[in-house]
Ligand binder design. Sequence first.
Ligand code: PHE
Ligand code: ZN
Ligand code: ZN
Ligand code: ZN
Length: 295
Amino acid sequence: NAAAAGAIAVVVANNVDGKLSGVTLGQPGVIPTGGVSKADGTTLFGLAGQTATVDMRFHEDIKTARNVIAQTKTGRKDNVVMAGSHLDSVEAGPGINDNGSGSASLLETALQLGSKPKVGNAVRFAWWGAEELGLVGSTEYVRALTFEQQLDIALYLNFDMVASPNAAYFVYDGDDSDATGAGAGPYGSAQIEKAFVDYLTTAKSVQTEGTDFTGRSDYGEFINVGIPAGGLFTGAEGIKTPAQAAKWGGTAGVAYDKCYHQACDNLGNLDRVALDRNGDAIAWVTASYAISTED
Ligand code: PHE
Ligand code: ZN
Ligand code: ZN
Ligand code: ZN
């Protein structure tokens, strides 16, 4: 018995939402016979007779997150062009580059396209929830689809951080067989990579670099089930090299986004030139695939 030994057990109270009865939260007390009851009638612990402090430092809530999905009324529904950006941010900051930049760019593409564009393929936009909690929204979305519904998605385009303040111009590397991590396996698409590279090179005179599918963003479950994917990324905690600074401007030896996952990821934390170029590339490539997914 912990009380007899003079010890104070610290009970981690998960998902209790402040509705415990039978103990006073934050104060040592003897756990009553039958444990501690939650408001929903279930019993949380079975440490009756022990002295315990219910420690609310580890309090967690169960919350509901949502994906926002919108699809054009026109275009083939069995060859859908899908594009997504996560709408959530980390708690530490407002998430303007990560990922207001991607989700706002995608929203503008959707608004400009309209609900009834003259396109060959339907376009389905996704603003994902709970990406920062482990790609939860996009993963649940793909897993909830039937195999037939997965087959109806021709490709997936991902936009997560597209205006980093010390921007790199990365295109997901669709022909890289060295990719590692959760997203490795079936890789992305060399054709999608080429579409972004061609646009940024010719229309914006920007030299791009490939970036591996590391499994760190919402394309992960799409490529896991064999849906070709691609997209843009301007860098997170990685450090810009001198060669990259010579090519793109910005500061060598400094992170692409020095405010990554911090409170300072605010409206000042954007490269607006990168936002403009990548916003145009997002619109161009999405619309091109809406017209046709043939080479
Ligand atoms: N998904 C990461 C985030 O939201 C950002 C990221 C994207 C990192 C792509 C690496 C590659 O924090
Ligand atoms: Zn993030
Ligand atoms: Zn992100
Ligand atoms: Zn490549």
